[in-house]
Design a protein around this ligand. Structure first.
Ligand code: ASP
Ligand code: MG
Length: 424
């Protein structure tokens, strides 16, 4: 059996959904499970809705109406006679959110977030499943919350692999005998049947979980790019497709922030030796990138670029050395504030880290660190990570830049920098 994952960009409009149906139709003879994300940029809009709701903003209903209208317009184009039962089905899903929005927001914010934001995947899969059926594919909509079991760490649910594997294996193989299974990425359920999410962009991870539990032959992630590129075209003019990638390099690239694949996706596949193919949904027969056990090295240096970085230097107030005890204390503070460190370097009396600038989290983090440490920080920086670097590639990315920090290991170089004209 095989698993396909379609992200939001592939179903951003009715033409996209029709294109997905064409791709699926070409694989109808296989046992196929499809994981689908929320349509287009709907997850961002649902996040806006969540924020508006918890802070009691006037335009809450307006945002919600916009989200509903998007889906109803989509259905109107896909099912012009308006008779498909999916209209009612989607409407019922929205009514559940409506009820939630009518109440004062008294539950924990992360819990509320998951109940609202998960709706994007629920309705997108309902629409795609209905369309596949109308287009002659035998599709069955499956609620991922009954299979992907998580703890109640809302917004970043941790998967209970044992329970998940047991239920998937017990129930899905027979459904796959006769149907194409259509299910949601990104969402799961707690033991009390509350909805959780797995972290932004988590649909790839969901697809990998289904693959692992069903021992899939392979996973294809369908994207709007021709495969894994050696740099993000947003930042680099010249990019190259990487035809073959080892699991190891894929993990490293994802870990350092290449947005092509969610970092948690690779490990479950690697453990079971399941190949991951990244393909273009725009040109579905073109070669893409094959991620496998192959031990071949990345053929070209790869660049991962992150903007909006903050470099924080942390010094013990008593000028003592940075020793293990301080380090574990510092790491704990980062962990408690759920702040991910992008790169770090320590010297005898100071410890420096670069993190994403998230205004809400940053102030709380700095305040917590400042209790025991002297803290200095610079904002508005860039972080570039080069996998398989050489001096030439470093020179290329640091033209007209001031380097604030450089960390090198054998295969990876990370540089925190800012434009030269910058004065502060
Ligand atoms: N819809 C979710 C997001 O945009 C999950 C995903 O697309 O992977 O983050
Ligand atoms: Mg997405």
């Amino acid at each position: 059996m095989i698993v396909f994952k379609f992200g939001g960009a592939s179903v951003k409009d009715a033409t996209g959904v029709m294109n997905v149906a064409n791709i699926v139709r070409n694989h109808q003879q296989e046992k196929l499970l499809i994981v689908i994300s929320a349509m287009g940029k709907i997850t961002n809009q649902l996040e806006d809705l969540y924020r508006a709701y918890i802070s009691g903003m006037d335009h809450t209903q307006e945002i919600f109406d916009g989200i509903k209208a998007f889906h109803f317009n989509m259905m109107a184009t896909l099912f012009p006679d308006h008779k498909n039962p999916v209209f009612d089905d989607v409407n019922n899903s929205f009514v559940e959110v409506e009820w939630l929005l009518e109440e004062e927001p008294s539950d924990a914010p992360d819990y509320i977030y998951d109940q609202i934001v998960s709706i994007g995947e629920l309705v997108s899969t309902k629409i795609v499943a209905a369309y596949l059926n109308s287009a002659g594919c035998q599709a069955k909509w499956v609620d991922a919350r009954n299979f992907i079991h998580t703890d109640n760490n809302y917004r970043e649910g941790n998967v209970n692999w044992e329970k998940t594997e047991m239920d998937i294996r017990a129930q899905l193989p027979q459904v796959l005998e006769k149907n194409i299974v259509v299910t949601q990425g990104f969402i799961g359920g707690t033991s009390e049947n509350f909805t959780t999410t797995l972290g932004r962009e988590g649909s790839d991870y969901s697809a990998a979980i289904f693959c692992s539990c069903l021992h899939a032959d392979y996973l294809t992630i369908w994207k709007d790019v021709p495969g894994v590129l050696n740099a993000d075209p947003k930042w680099f003019d010249e990019t190259e497709r990487i035809p073959q990638l080892s699991y190891r390099d894929a993990i490293e690239l994802a870990y350092y922030g290449a947005t092509i694949i969610h970092p948690k996706t690779i490990k479950p596949l690697q453990n079971k030796n399941i190949p991951l193919y990244v393909r273009s949904f725009i040109d579905s027969t073109a070669e893409g990138t094959d991620i496998t056990t192959a031990e071949n090295h990345l053929p070209v240096p790869s660049f991962i670029f992150k903007v909006n970085q903050v470099l924080i230097s942390i010094l013990p107030k008593d000028f003592s050395f940075i020793i293990e005890e301080n380090l574990s204390d510092i790491f704990n503070i980062f962990h408690e504030h759920k702040v991910k460190i992008n790169t770090m370097l320590n010297s005898a009396i100071s410890f420096s880290v670069s993190i994403d600038d998230n205004a809400e989290k940053l102030q709380a983090l700095i305040a917590a660190l400042s209790v025991r440490y002297q803290v200095k920080y610079n904002t508005g920086l860039e972080l570039v990570t080069i996998r398989y670097y050489n001096q030439q590639t470093i020179d290329r990315v640091t033209i007209n830049k001031n380097i604030l920090l450089e960390v090198k290991s054998r295969n990876t170089c990370q540089i925190v920098m800012r434009d030269k004209e910058h004065t502060s």
